[in-house]
Write a protein that binds this ligand. Structure first.
Ligand SMILES: [Zn+2]
Length: 315
């Protein structure tokens, strides 16, 4: 079996690690100002958030008193903002933790390592929004948190995150009992999902299908020892952009940006990365014939080359 990447792939010093470490979510701040900004953005999108919550969940306990309703509508956004901000910041830290898990898992369960790397790539895809336009985290970062949480649950890897939150809860019970420790259970996640910006709702629905697609890939390749570890894990670690869904708005992943290769940082044109992309673009799904059956990574590689003015299918 040929190996595109020479040595066994490692998360440490990979492009994926670089993206995890430079995640825009690390610029999020938990302050009164950011909570207010987040809440204001939410209120603009959902002017009567408490009413909307009741409507979305089909809950009946509608207070008859208009005054109480008004108060609840007014206080709801800040409550959501506090939870969402803390969880988005927690997600950035957990991405670091899960990244380190890839190197530990790749020797015992390469399928899980591959799935984890794909999930991180998609989480970072969602986080990729300029800090100036993210409304203190309301745009994209709330969705990014939900994306990571959904993937980790789908892959049975939510445990460490739950333990981390439980530890914070136990800690703050001693020092600051009034502190609202965020919850990461399914009910809390469903509540937060209701308030994701309208423009992101449909995207999130499609992105939530990614874990199943990854499971299928893992299922197909696990029967062929050596394929996943040397090739596919290497591919997602060194070219994570190829494994991101093209669902989020903004610039699609490009081969070159500002005259630099977005994979290795070398000056354009970068022949090694171009050649790797060509090889990936020419790969097809096992058992399928012809370029019409290329997988998402191959399709992404071909698109990236074509956008850079290179025809991957030239003879
Ligand atoms: Zn390069």
């Amino acid at each position: 079996m040929f190996n595109l990447f020479g040595s066994p792939p490692s998360y440490r010093s990979s492009v994926l690690e670089r993206l995890v470490e430079t995640n825009p979510a690390f610029t999020l701040q938990f302050s009164k100002e950011s909570v207010d900004e987040f809440a204001a953005a939410l209120l603009k999108e959902y002017p009567k958030p408490f009413d909307f919550f009741l409507q979305a969940t089909g809950k009946k306990s509608t207070p008859e008193d208009d005054k109480i309703r008004e108060t609840l509508n007014a206080s709801f956004p800040a409550g959501v903002a506090v939870q969402a901000l803390l969880l988005s910041m927690s997600a950035a830290g957990m991405a670091r933790f899960y990244g380190a898990e890839i190197d530990r898992l790749k020797t015992t369960n390469v399928g899980a390592a591959f799935a984890l790397a794909c999930a991180l790539a998609e989480y970072l895809n969602a986080c990729n929004v300029p800090p100036a336009t993210c409304d203190a985290g309301y745009r994209r970062h709330l969705s990014a948190f939900l994306t990571l949480r959904h993937s980790m649950q789908a892959f049975g890897l939510l445990g460490p995150w739950e333990q981390r939150i439980a530890a914070i809860e136990a800690d703050s019970a001693k020092t600051n009992p009034n502190f609202a420790v965020p919850k990461i259970d399914a009910e809390s996640a469903d509540l937060l999902k209701i308030f994701v910006p309208k423009s992101e709702q449909a995207v999130l629905g499609r992105v939530f299908q990614q874990p199943d697609a990854i499971k299928t890939t893992v299922g197909v390749f696990n029967f062929v020892p050596g394929v996943l570890d040397t090739m596919y894990l290497g591919m997602v670690l060194s070219m994570p952009q190829l494994f991101m869904t093209r669902q989020w708005s903004g610039h699609p992943p490009a081969l070159y940006s500002n005259g630099m290769c977005t994979f290795c940082g070398a000056k354009a044109p970068c022949r090694p990365c171009e050649n790797q992309l060509v090889q990936i673009a020419l790969m097809s799904q096992p058992g399928a014939a012809g370029p019409s059956h290329r997988g998402p990574a191959s399709t992404g590689a071909a698109q990236m080359l074509i956008n850079a003015g290179i025809d991957p299918f030239r003879k």
